[in-house]
Design a protein. Structure first.
Length: 268
């Protein structure tokens, strides 16, 4: 891939302008500035400002590295097959299929680790008059320190043909799976439909509404950004996850596309 950058403008961009690389030796690092300031006898106030500058730069670099790692993970992550079958009471007819959480973990964990990512799962019970159910919170981490949370809540179906313990366990597994998949932008072969029976239709309606919103947002992206995603080979799901992590800021999206293009160019 050629070393190129996308230019942000209101007009569609059909070409990419070549940017000359900056020599790394010409860049003064914050640590070098701090060392130089100490040698020159800088005041405490000046050192505090330099330390704050270093912290801000490190934070920005960590966020950028997280986004790039997540984008790389997305490009490699397969669509997870829904291999678990649930039969009707007759024991013969398939009621629905879904991807068990263990299957998802097994397939994506090597790719997550490959790109310096990791995760933590928290689960809490909610038992109030307004809501009885489970909330799972998955935090995705990068080795440089940046992280992002994804939460998903599931009500417990009081009409489900299970013991109380089974009802809560089922809701917990369902919440964990969706929170985990949302955190990393993981797709299963089709929409899971193993939710609590009273919530199935509501979840389907929410999923359709979300899909329509995503489709419209992607449609409204500037032509140069769409071209960038096309060159990178991103699926619509990957495009959504990429843009959502950047809060749909076109300038930030374009800058990070440039960064990925630069990295791929340097690797070839």
């Amino acid at each position: 891939m050629n070393d190129a950058r996308f230019i942000m403008s209101d007009e569609p961009v059909k070409e990419m302008a070549v940017v000359q690389p900056i020599e790394e030796a010409s860049i003064v690092r914050p640590d070098q500035l701090i060392e130089l300031a100490i040698q020159k006898g800088a005041t405490i106030e000046m050192l505090e400002r330099l330390l704050a500058l270093r912290e801000r730069i490190q934070k920005d670099e960590a966020e950028k590295a997280f986004l790039q790692a997540m984008s790389a993970f997305q490009s490699e992550c397969p669509v997870i097959t829904r291999g678990k079958k649930v039969l009707n009471k007759d024991g013969k007819t398939v009621r629905y299929c879904y991807a068990p959480l263990d299957d998802i973990f097994e397939q994506v964990k090597p790719i997550i680790g490959k790109h310096g990512l990791s995760y933590d799962v928290e689960t809490r019970m909610i038992n109030t008059e307004e809501f009885k159910g489970i909330e799972s919170i998955v935090t995705a981490f990068h080795v440089l320190g940046h992280s992002k949370k994804s939460a998903f809540s599931v009500p417990v179906d009081p009409e489900a043909y299970m013991t109380d313990q089974q009802k809560w366990a089922s809701a917990q597994t369902f919440a964990k799976r969706y929170a985990f998949c949302n955190a990393f932008g993981i797709l299963t072969g089709d929409n899971d439909n193993d939710g609590n029976s009273l919530e199935d239709e509501k979840l389907k309606q929410q999923a359709k509404k979300k899909a329509d919103e995503i489709k419209q947002k992607i449609h409204e992206l500037p032509d140069n950004i769409k071209e960038g995603f096309k060159i990178l080979g991103y699926t619509s799901k990957a495009v959504w996850h990429f843009c959502d992590m950047r809060e749909w800021d076109n300038e930030k999206i374009a800058d990070d596309i440039n960064s990925i293009v630069d990295r791929q160019s340097n690797a070839t």
